[in-house]
Design a protein around this ligand. Structure first.
Ligand SMILES: *Cc1c(COP(=O)(O)O)cnc(C)c1O
Length: 216
């Protein structure tokens, strides 16, 4: 599949994040020239290097696990951080956003897969985070929604049920903490192998790498 076909297969209202990790700037530029503006990276240093080399109207999304001590490198330019998985990390993002006199958009990452290895919050942890005074005093972050990665399996029913779980977390948080906050609207779920299923189950932001750029 080429970029045009993939982007045409994504309904209006669903944002395509082109996941360019491990791919050189030249390949990213080719996709950029076809109209793509949102790119996802999972490593801080790689994202910084590409930010410096590529057009400044690219929206850079950090999709991978983020270490607290690296937030400062991306704080000046990152558009959306997908993988907030602790209050400590969020506090550091708030601090670095303040230093840069901006507000940084963030998603809460949930652990929805069966695999042990994937990062992410439980719904209880997310609720504790959102109820905390520390969070409520943060003025330089905006929580815009949720992110999750489904199990790596061919079992479609399993994957679908995990997307539904993330959907239910989104609704719960929307009702309990963001009822009057129009920024809370993103459900980042779905990758090359499962993005159509994810969209069927309510995704409005898909992160697609290998399908666009080829295998890594
Ligand atoms: C690599 C990655 C993707 C894209 O995976 P593909 O299968 O290549 O589409 C999506 N989300 C995250 C968090 C990733 O690390």
């Amino acid at each position: 599949m080429n970029y045009k076909d993939i982007s045409a297969s994504i309904p209006t209202g669903v944002t395509l994040v082109a996941v360019s990790k491990t791919k050189p700037a030249g390949e990213i530029l080719k996709i950029y020239e076809q109209g793509q503006r949102v790119f996802g990276e999972n490593k801080v240093q790689e994202m910084v290097d590409k930010y410096e080399q590529l057009p400044k109207n690219i929206e850079w999304h950090l999709i991978g696990h983020l270490q607290t001590n690296k937030v400062k490198y991306i704080a000046p330019f990152v558009t959306l951080i997908h993988a907030i998985d602790s209050l400590k990390l969020l506090a550091e993002v708030n601090k670095q956003a303040k230093k840069n006199q901006r507000t940084i958009n963030c998603l809460l990452q949930f652990h929805i897969a069966q695999e042990e290895t994937k990062f992410g919050l439980s719904i209880e942890e997310a609720q504790a985070l959102l109820a905390s005074e520390t969070y409520q005093e943060m003025e330089h972050i905006q929580i815009c929604g949720v992110m999750g990665m489904a199990s790596f399996t061919t079992d479609q029913e399993q994957v679908a049920s995990e997307f539904e779980l993330l959907n239910s977390y989104f609704k719960q948080l929307k009702n309990n903490y963001f009822a009057n906050d129009s920024h809370f609207q993103i459900k980042s779920m779905g990758m090359s192998g499962d993005y159509q299923l994810a969209i069927e189950h309510g995704s409005n932001m898909v992160r697609i790498g290998s399908l666009i750029f080829g295998a890594r």
